[in-house]
Design a protein around this ligand. Structure first.
Ligand code: 3H9
Length: 649
């Protein structure tokens, strides 16, 4: 039964059981309507507790039903009926109460939550606004400034924060259902939220500032702006009118291209994990992780593993480097504590789980060791060879290389089947993407284990095969090359960056390179120089900037000049260099419009992606969308480059 009813004395417990996340599918809505009818009719029932089986309270409307013809009862209508019920309803919340799930909790007359519960209205992340009364009821329960943050930001709040905000009445101490029943026993019927006046905004200025911040952050995404409109309606109109306006706005957004694109990327991100589900193969449980190299990347990887609860040993070549690596990791853990990502107890545990050493023998118990040493084939082979001698024969050896040939590394070892690529993105404890690079010799168990490891780290794992730059860096190198061609053809770095920002990237390709350091790609170009295809167009501008010591932000000069406060300004020197390079090559510069800039960038991404698919390096077009959105800030609301440009071939 999707929705069942049980009586505990005079309390009816209505249970939704609709795995995996108790979404309000048609069957759930019908079941709830039935339960409402039964509990209303039954004179023995004094109050009702609404609770969910499985891992979570309702996590939202059923997204798979969007796009299909609507089936009655609609969620808004059903929720209005529950809100008007003659007997009090108590929502017992565990796991995640999201979107339509939180809206369901809002029509209940009381809310009690498990201490680990999270509550959110994440509809904006799907290109929507809450469509079942969230924008109207929430500002009648909590301050509108907080409501707009939840609705336009979409971020979850913890149970403790929800209590502070007035979003819930109580946090359960041990037994959620038992305590919800106790609450229901003493409950009297409260006025529905829609009958209450909304809470006044603190001041028009505070509201305007909050709204302005959201608009700036939206960068072309429509739903956060619509969220502000819906809340402003809720503050101006009476509840029935505001509910009708919310519904109209929701339906318009639901049928929009941005919503379709965001739904595409939501499901694409979940489908990447299928590459790790190999029939008949179980992942090996990992209890000890080793990381070699305590620089930015290694320390980030160690922190990511500690945040996921793994005991970690970090190896460096000498004491000084080990201590520096340790300090980096501990600083990250401290930041995570401050940001509320870790509780005090979990922080303490992570610090206890962390060890440093200068000797590979400290890894004799490790199940997985990830090397993050200098990007040089011989250095990496030496490290992996030494590791192979120190670890158990069944331990997995992973490399975090961004470009190098992992087949060559594996071939240099005696157990190539246990070697895999785990390509993290910086900062490794924050960036969601992890490329899992399968070699020609890796065994299925190692691959399945790498995917399970990624899941525990809460990363989105995308499978790639070995090939220069795998998926992400190969595509980035391709559109960076195209952007460099445009420098010679007529655009300036700031023209290209502006066009990319207008399209929705958080920053342009040249700003990004200045931030990362121009010397990194320069080193790679020097490495590839001997084998470079001389018939291919080559742009020398980046090399010439580096030869002049312009390595980007860290040297105060790169494509841009940087003031002491870090503000970027177009550089006259870069402009002169670019003009001189066009002249030297005999290129007549022509103005390139924003539209033409983006057409060239997108075209290049698409053609490189086609090659990756043809070569089997990427599994499918959806994986490429996931990579581009999560590695380089390709605007999510376009659905990624493949979805965005589909139909253009
Ligand atoms: C909404 O509510 C609109 C209303 O305001 C108004 C309506 C009128 N529907 O992520 P996971 C599937 S909009 C259908 O891997 P986790 C998911 O595809 C909605 N399916 O697990 C996956 O399937 P599979 C607002 C859904 O533990 C499986 O569940 N709500 C839905 O890492 C497991 O998912 C949201 O935006 C859904 N709503 O994370 C919440 N949600 O196994 C969206 C999940 O076949 N969901 N599935 O690949 C999430 O944020 C996460 O899934 C959640 C669990 C945190 C719940």
């Amino acid at each position: 039964m999707t929705v069942s009813l049980q009586k505990h004395g005079q309390i009816a417990v209505v249970t939704i059981d609709n795995p995996p996340v108790n979404a309000t599918s048609h069957a759930v809505r019908l079941g709830l309507q039935n339960a409402l009818h039964q509990t209303t009719q039954d004179d023995d029932v004094q109050s009702v507790v609404l609770h969910c089986a499985g891992r979570t309270f309702v996590a939202g409307a059923d997204i798979t039903e969007f796009g299909a013809p609507p089936q009655d009862p609609s969620l808004p209508d059903l929720l209005a009926q529950i809100e008007a019920a003659p007997k009090p309803w108590v929502a017992a919340i565990h796991g995640t109460s999201l979107g339509g799930g939180l809206e369901t909790a809002l029509v209940c007359h009381y809310r009690i939550a498990d201490p680990a519960a999270k509550l959110a209205l994440p509809e904006v992340t799907l290109g929507l606004i809450p469509g079942a009364g969230g924008t109207v009821r929430l500002p009648r329960l909590i301050a509108p400034e907080q409501a707009v943050e939840m609705i336009a930001g979409g971020k979850p709040v913890t149970a403790a924060r929800a209590l502070e905000l007035g979003l819930i009445d109580q946090i359960a101490s041990a037994d959620l259902l038992g305590e919800a029943i106790a609450l229901a026993e003493g409950a009297t019927r409260r006025a529905p939220l829609t009958m209450r006046p909304f809470i006044a905004v603190t001041s028009q200025d505070t509201w305007d500032n909050a709204a302005q911040k959201i608009k700036t952050k939206a960068r072309g995404q429509t739903s956060p702006i619509a969220a502000i409109t819906a809340l402003e309606n809720a503050l101006k109109m009476d509840a029935p009118a505001a509910l009708a306006a919310e519904r109209a706005l929701f339906e318009e957004l639901r049928d929009s291209d941005q919503c379709k694109a965001l739904r595409h990327i939501f499901f694409a991100e979940r489908a990447t994990a299928q590459a790790g589900r190999i029939k008949g193969v179980a992942a090996t449980p990992l209890s000890q992780v080793g990381v070699v190299g305590g620089g930015t990347m290694g320390a980030g990887i160690a922190a990511a593993c500690l945040l996921a609860g793994y005991p970690v040993t970090l190896i460096e070549r000498n004491n000084e480097a080990a201590v520096a690596g340790r300090d980096r990791v501990l600083a990250t853990l401290d930041q995570s504590l401050k940001r509320g990502v870790l509780t005090t107890a979990a922080h303490l545990q992570a610090v206890e789980n962390f060890h440093i050493s200068t000797n590979y023998t400290a890894l004799s118990d490790a199940d997985l060791v990830i090397e993050a040493v200098f990007e040089d084939m011989q250095v990496k082979i030496d490290v992996l060879t030494a590791l192979e001698a120190a670890v158990r024969p069944d331990a997995i050896l992973a490399t975090n290389t961004s470009y190098l040939d992992i087949n060559v590394m594996a071939a240099a070892l005696t157990r190539p089947s246990r070697v895999i690529g785990l390509h993290f993105f910086s900062p490794a404890h924050i960036m969601k993407l992890l490329e899992i690079v399968v070699t020609d010799s890796v065994d299925d168990q190692t691959t399945a284990t790498a995917f399970a490891f990624a899941k525990r780290l809460k990363k989105i794992a995308v499978r790639a095969k070995v090939g220069e730059g795998f998926i992400a860096n190969r595509i980035m190198s391709a559109y960076r090359r195209e952007a460099e061609y445009m420098l010679e053809d007529g655009a300036m770095p700031w023209d290209i960056d502006t066009a990319m920002r207008k399209f929705g990237f958080p920053m342009g390709i040249f700003e990004m390179q200045d931030l990362a350091g121009l010397d990194i790609s320069w080193a790679m170009r020097k490495r590839l120089n001997a084998t470079r295809d001389r018939t291919q167009r080559y742009v020398d501008i980046g090399d010439k900037l580096c030869e002049g010591g312009h390595f980007g932000r860290k040297t105060g000069r790169g494509y841009y000049d940087y003031s002491d406060s870090g503000k970027a300004r177009p550089s006259a020197e870069t402009r002169a260099l670019i003009m001189a390079e066009s002249r030297r090559k005999g290129i007549t510069r022509v103005q390139i419009s924003d539209k033409a800039i983006m057409a060239r960038i997108l075209g290049r991404i698409r053609s490189e992606a086609a090659m990756l698919l043809h070569e089997g390096i990427a599994r499918c077009a959806d994986d490429i969308d996931v990579v581009m959105v999560n590695a380089f800030g390709f605007p999510r609301w376009t659905g990624g480059p493949m979805f965005h440009t589909s139909g253009q071939d």
